[in-house]
Design a protein around this ligand. Structure first.
Ligand code: AMP
Ligand code: ZN
Length: 136
């Protein structure tokens, strides 16, 4: 990236800010658009929930907004309803997967030191085993 001309860097930044990452192959945009395979367990006009490809618990689901949002570091004031919706949906799918009674954890990792590897905002829903606290 450091070798790219400034104008190209600006283009990438613009695309990033404008939510055009699908153009550059955002895997969760592709899942949400049914362009990449995933075990989708719930979807509506605002979000999609699918099974994590590398589950860390017997139930490990990811709830993602359909629209590309890279992380909680974006300015999300206009998206408070959408963020609340993700939590409501998380509760619903947790119940459908029978982990509401025993318990489950909802996690959003933001940036490298928290372990974010996919830069499309996603809410992990983990359950079906005892989850230690604090997480590693
Ligand atoms: P994070 O590390 O918080 O960014 O979480 C990314 C999660 O996405 C990891 O748990 C991965 O296993 C999961 N993941 C990556 N690619 C896919 C995919 N194509 N389908 C389902 N889950 C994925
Ligand atoms: Zn995306």
């Amino acid at each position: 990236m450091t070798m790219l001309p400034f104008s190209i860097k600006k283009l990438f930044f613009y695309a990033y800010k404008k939510g055009l990452m699908k153009m550059f192959g955002c895997v969760f945009c592709q899942v949400a658009a049914h362009e990449s395979p995933a075990e989708i367990v719930y979807e509506d006009e605002h979000c999609v929930v699918f099974k994590d490809i590398n589950p860390k618990a017997p139930v490990h689901l990811l709830a993602v907004p359909r629209r590309h949002i890279s992380s909680l570091n974006e300015d999300l004031e206009a998206d408070e309803k959408l963020l609340g919706h993700l939590l409501t949906v998380a509760g619903r799918v947790a119940k459908q997967h029978g982990i509401d009674g025993t318990g489950y954890r909802t996690v959003i990792n933001t940036n490298a030191e928290a372990g974010q590897t996919v830069f499309h905002l996603h809410l992990h829903i983990l359950g079906g085993r005892i989850l230690r606290w604090p997480p590693g």
